[in-house]
Ligand binder design. Structure first.
Ligand code: FCB
Length: 435
């Protein structure tokens, strides 16, 4: 039994995103896409748009001092250059509600969804989208930067690219490497322009310091056959391409990344104040296709080699994602190299066995604390998610919440893991009985 302690002032929180909890986000591309497929539609979701006060009171009862939320672009700007003042007021009330409860808002501007007018004018394949996004970011920052210190421009750019443009199971359902690469360039540009716009708007309007970052999803890639050189090389390439390339292109000073994504004109200046880390899974990689052209080799491939061997005896969440607490330590040590503060913007588990959630949280926090002891500058942790919610194409089945949602009645019921997490948040420490 060990007592694990966290630094003074550590941010303890929960995370959500607009489309997954609010309900009725009718003006975005997901809403449109959901109409055309079999499966759950976001619909009312958790009705958080109306129930945010109750939900934030719950977050307060968990002794959290931070909460990550996203602002739905399609609500604020339902048509090009038309700002909806009522929606701006809505988010002002939400952010003020958090602050009045002693909870620091962490504001995300792009969490997978796009306004329909953006999707219809080429989405993130159009160079114009970066400009529009920066406009939106500047507008929101000029409204709220006085009340929010932490800003996330884009959530999980690689997931957005992979699911929407490479594997094609999210809107706009494209499967094309060249188009995916173009989207990556536009997202890098969009982040850079939004970074600048947020800082400029804040300085002009509020004269206060803000921290602007991205939420970078990190996969813990391991070679299928630890002694096989091809597999090790493939795992390293996947790590570089998936975990590092985007960050390196915005963190400044890392030459060469622009060439890899084909964006010669991309500036090298630093456009990042902190790194948001989203961490969930470990992934096996094998290198059998390494002799194919560069693009494919760079992508590597997820292992099907003796798949059973990887499945047997390993813990998974209810979506089958492979759990590996030491992976969060690996991610933190990798990110340390960028020399920036790290905020864990997502980490969590979907499960119907709440004791698995308790174990998951403690095991991951153990590795976070270890990394902090090793000198990694981790400033906070926000558990995904406060509430059960709409898990994109997987619908409402996966249960990620500390708080259970009954979708028929919108009744909230905190799970035992919520009480456990509340105690950690309150004590800034916990007793760990693992190894
Ligand atoms: C992340 C997303 C988040 C949620 C969790 C489970 O990839 O950022 O919206 O879906 O996974």
């Amino acid at each position: 039994m060990k007592r694990i302690e966290f630094p003074k002032g550590f941010l303890w929180g929960t995370a959500t995103s607009a489309h997954q909890v609010e309900g009725n986000n009718r003006h975005n591309d997901w809403w449109e896409w959901e109409k055309s497929r079999n499966g759950d539609r976001s619909g009312e979701a958790c009705a958080h748009y109306d129930l945010f006060e109750e939900d934030f009171t719950l977050a307060q009862s968990l002794h959290t001092n931070a909460h990550r939320l996203s602002i739905e672009w399609s609500r604020i700007e339902p048509e090009k250059d038309r700002w909806d003042e009522r929606e701006i007021e809505h988010y002002r009330r939400a952010i003020d509600s958090l602050r009045s409860k002693g909870i620091e808002p962490i504001v995300t501007l792009h969490h997978f969804t796009n306004p329909l007018w953006i999707a219809r004018s080429g989405g993130w394949e159009s160079g114009e989208t970066a400009v529009q996004f920066a406009d939106f970011a500047g507008k929101v920052a000029s409204e709220f930067a006085g009340a929010a210190r932490w800003w996330v421009t884009i959530n999980e750019p690689m997931v957005f690219i992979d699911a929407g443009y490479r594997r094609g199971h999210w809107p706009p359902q494209v499967e094309d490497d060249a188009r995916a690469t173009k989207v990556m360039r536009c997202l890098i540009r969009g982040h850079r322009m939004a970074y600048k716009a947020i800082h400029e708007a804040t300085a002009a309007r509020h004269g206060r310091e803000v921290s602007v970052g991205v939420a970078k999803n990190f996969l813990y890639f391991v070679p299928c056959r630890p002694r096989c050189l091809k597999d090790r090389w493939a795992a390293w390439l996947r790590h570089f391409q998936y975990n590092r390339l985007f960050l390196s292109a915005i963190a400044g000073g890392v030459h060469g990344c622009e060439a890899l994504v084909g964006g010669k004109g991309l500036p090298l200046k630093k456009a990042l104040d902190f790194i948001g880390l989203n961490y969930y899974i470990k992934d096996f990689v094998c290198g059998e296709r390494l002799d194919l052209p560069w693009g494919t080799a760079l992508a590597g491939r997820v292992c099907t080699w003796e798949h059973r061997q990887h499945i047997d005896g390993r813990e998974r969440n209810s979506l089958g994602w492979l759990i590996s607490p030491e992976g969060i330590g690996h991610a933190l040590h990798t990110l340390k190299g960028y020399g920036l503060p790290i905020l864990i913007t997502e980490n969590g588990i979907c499960t119907t066995d709440d004791s698995q959630r308790e174990r998951f949280i403690k095991e991951h926090l153990f590795h976070v604390a270890k990394a902090i002891q090793d000198g990694v500058n981790v400033v906070g942790y926000t558990y995904w998610s406060l509430l059960d919610n709409f898990e994109w194409h997987e619908g409402f089945e996966p249960r990620f919440g500390l708080v259970e949602v009954d979708y028929a009645t919108q009744k909230r019921t905190p799970r035992p893991s919520a009480a456990m997490y509340a105690q950690i948040c309150r004590d800034n420490a916990f007793v760990y009985d693992g190894t």
